[in-house]
Design a protein around this ligand. Structure first.
Ligand SMILES: [Zn+2]
Ligand SMILES: [Zn+2]
Ligand SMILES: [Zn+2]
Length: 240
């Protein structure tokens, strides 16, 4: 399985429009980006997209215009599903897998597209192209939100880009023996946002769960570029 971080940014993205903060200036000067958070999973010659960000078109062009065979939605926030319309007239609209309430909320907006809708209850698994995907509930009020456990015979990856520290124990119990943990770190130390983790929250949780490696995603323009364990757009991970 190969995993690509298509984007590592928050809902606004970096550089932020109309911002001259040090991080945004660095981004504009060096061409660095934090596009909105989304993952590409490749296995058995097929491709699964976890979330369809507003940057989907640019993200797919950057990755060589792959055909997408399935989509998974984590929750019904703008920055995680609105790019789905970019499939219009580009490829067969892929089937979408999500928790029932997420699926109905997001699908309603795309009533002009015809596609297969596959509800997956949290803590139940669906197998797509050799990857077992299990949604687990996180805490991102007021939106009902799931993280995703992605498993193959040779790898276990945990992904949750939008949650605060109060992840239910039932979900934490799934996030053991991970090869890679991708987790929410919206803002740096000293800033608290009720529905997200900050950088120290993320690092503490990673230390508790003890994955082999971890990366912070859903990172805002408030975050310096040089902190350890920040994911970067286009970063790839291969699991033999
Ligand atoms: Zn988000
Ligand atoms: Zn900025
Ligand atoms: Zn969100």
């Amino acid at each position: 399985m190969k995993l690509t971080l298509l984007g590592t940014g928050d809902a606004i993205g970096t550089p932020r429009i109309n911002c001259d903060c040090p991080q945004c200036n660095h981004a504009k000067k060096n061409g660095a980006t934090r596009l909105r958070t989304s993952l590409l999973i490749e296995n058995e010659g097929k491709r699964i997209l976890i979330d369809t960000s507003p940057d989907l078109r640019q993200q797919l062009l950057r990755t060589g215009s792959p055909h997408i065979d399935a989509v998974v939605w984590t929750h019904g926030h703008y920055d995680h599903f609105i790019g789905f319309g970019e499939f219009y007239r580009v490829q067969k609209i892929p089937p979408v897998f999500a928790a029932p309430s997420v699926l109905s909320y997001c699908s309603d907006l795309f009533h002009f597209l015809s596609f297969e809708k596959c509800a997956v209850d949290p803590y139940t698994s669906v197998e797509l192209f050799g990857v077992t995907i299990t949604p687990f509930i996180v805490t991102h009020p007021p939106a009902f939100t799931c993280g995703m456990l992605l498993e193959t015979k040779k790898s276990r990856i945990g992904f949750t880009s939008d949650t605060n520290r109060n992840i239910p124990q039932k979900s934490l119990d799934l996030l053991t023996d991970l090869d890679l943990l991708l987790l929410d770190a919206l803002v740096p130390s000293g800033i608290s946002i009720a529905k997200h983790m900050n950088y120290p929250d993320a690092c503490t949780l990673a230390q508790e769960l003890a994955p082999k490696d971890y990366r912070c995603v859903h990172v805002s323009h408030h975050m310096p570029w040089d902190l350890p364990h920040l994911g970067t757009d286009g970063e790839t991970f291969e699991f033999a």
